[in-house]
Design a binder for this molecule. Structure first.
Ligand code: RIB
Length: 312
C-alpha cells in the first residue's frame, strides 16, 4: 500500500568530535576527528524512511544559513519532500556531539530555528492522506500536540519518539498510537518503574506492558541498544510481548541509530507491515546505521538491509 509519511519536527547541524572516550564533567580531552553532519531527530527519521523507499514529507524550520542549506540538501537528496521546511531568521538548530571509540555518544542540542516551528504550521491539509505521522520532542510540546491532532484527524498512525524526554500531557498520550522509547525514557514515563534487564525473557516485560496500557498506550517499542528491542502490544492478545533479537554489528557511531529505527518502523508500517514485522526490519536498519560515522549519510537503503534481514 505504501502510504505517505509526514515527519514534523527538528533539523540540526551535528557538530561532532570523535574521541577515545567521552569526557568526565570538568574534563578536557583531545579528540581525534571532527565533522559537521546533517542531523536532528526528525530530519534523520525522514531520511531513514526515505532511504527505505517511503514517500515522506518533512515539516520543519531551518535558518537562512549554510547549515540550513546542508540540511535541505541532505533531506531533499534522500527523496524527502522539503517544500514545508521553512527558512526563518533564527539560525539553524545545532547539536554538539561527542562520539567515543565504542560508538557511544553524548549530545546537547540548541533549538535555534526549531524553536520557531509553531502549532500553526501543522496545517491539516499537509496531513491529508498520510498513513503515518512521526514526531519527537525536539520542538515545542504545543507543536507536537498540534501535529499529533492533525495526524489523528487524518486517520494516520501517530508515532511518538519520546526523545529528548519530557513529561507527556495526557492529551498527547491519547493521540499517540505507537510510543518509541529507550529503556531509560520508558522508566521515566512510567514514574521510575524499572525496566527488566536487557537480556530478560519476554515474560519479564508484562509489568511494563500493563503500566503503559494503564496510561492509554497499547503499542510501545522499547529499544535496548545492542540488546535489540521489545514490542509491547496489549491490543495483540496472541503476542503481547515480543523480543526482537539484536543484529550484531561493530558499532562505530551510534548517533541517530534510534532515529533509523523510528524511520524504519514508519516506513514499514506505511508499507503495510504489522508492528512486529516493522520492528524487526527497523532493528536491522538501526544496527547497520551504527556501523558508519554520522546519521543520515550512514542510513541504509532497502538493498543494504535485505541481506542482513534475510540472514545474510
Ligand atoms: O538522535 C540523534 C540526533 O539527536 C542528532 O542528529 C542530533 O541532531 C540530535 O537531534
Amino acid at each position: 500500500m505504501n502510504a505517505r509519511i509526514v515527519v514534523a519536527g527538528s533539523l540540526n547541524a551535528d557538530l561532532t568530535i570523535y574521541c577515545e572516550r567521552l569526557p568526565m564533567p570538568g574534563e578536557t580531552l583531545h579528540g581525534n576527528g571532527f565533522a559537521v553532519n546533517p542531523g536532528g531527530k526528525s530530519a534523520n527519521q525522514a531520511v531513514a524512511a526515505g532511504k527505505l523507499g517511503a514517500a515522506v514529507t518533512l515539516i520543519g524550520a531551518v535558518g537562512q544559513d549554510s547549515n540550513g542549506d546542508m540540511l535541505v540538501a541532505s533531506t531533499g537528496g534522500a527523496g524527502v519532500d522539503v517544500s514545508h521546511v521553512q527558512r526563518v531568521a533564527e539560525p539553524t538548530g545545532v547539536a554538539i556531539i561527542s562520539v567515543e571509540d565504542s560508538g557511544e555518544n553524548s549530545i546537547i542540542i540548541s533549538a535555534g530555528a526549531n524553536g520557531t516551528l509553531s502549532p500553526a504550521a501543522m496545517e491539516p491539509a499537509l496531513f491529508d492522506g498520510a498513513g503515518v505521522v512521526c514526531l519527537c520532542l525536539e520542538v515545542s510540546l504545543a507543536t507536537v500536540q498540534a501535529a499529533a491532532q492533525a495526524g489523528h484527524d487524518a486517520g494516520a498512525t501517530v508515532l511518538l519518539n519520546l526523545s529528548p524526554y519530557a513529561p507527556v500531557p495526557a492529551e498527547l498520550a491519547q493521540l499517540t498510537d505507537v510510543l518509541l522509547v529507550n529503556a531509560h525514557e520508558a522508566s521515566q514515563f512510567l514514574d521510575g518503574l524499572a525496566m527488566p534487564d536487557a537480556d530478560a525473557p519476554a515474560a519479564a516485560w508484562h509489568g511494563a506492558l500493563s503500566a503503559f496500557a494503564a496510561r492509554g498506550l497499547k503499542q510501545v517499542l522499547v529499544t535496548l541498544g545492542a540488546q535489540g528491542s521489545v514490542v509491547l502490544d496489549s491490543s495483540n492478545t496472541a503476542e503481547p510481548v515480543v523480543r526482537i533479537a539484536p543484529t550484531v554489528v561493530r558499532a562505530v557511531d551510534t548517533t541517530g541509530a534510534g532515529d533509523a529505527f523510528t524511520g524504519g518502523v514508519a516506513a514499514r508500517l506505511a508499507a503495510g507491515d504489522t508492528l512486529i514485522e516493522a520492528a524487526r526490519y527497523a532493528s536491522v536498519a538501526a544496527a547497520l546505521a551504527a556501523t558508519k560515522k554520522g546519521t543520515q549519510t550512514a542510513y541504509p537503503s532497502v538493498a543494504e538491509v535485505a541481506p542482513t534481514l534475510n540472514g545474510g
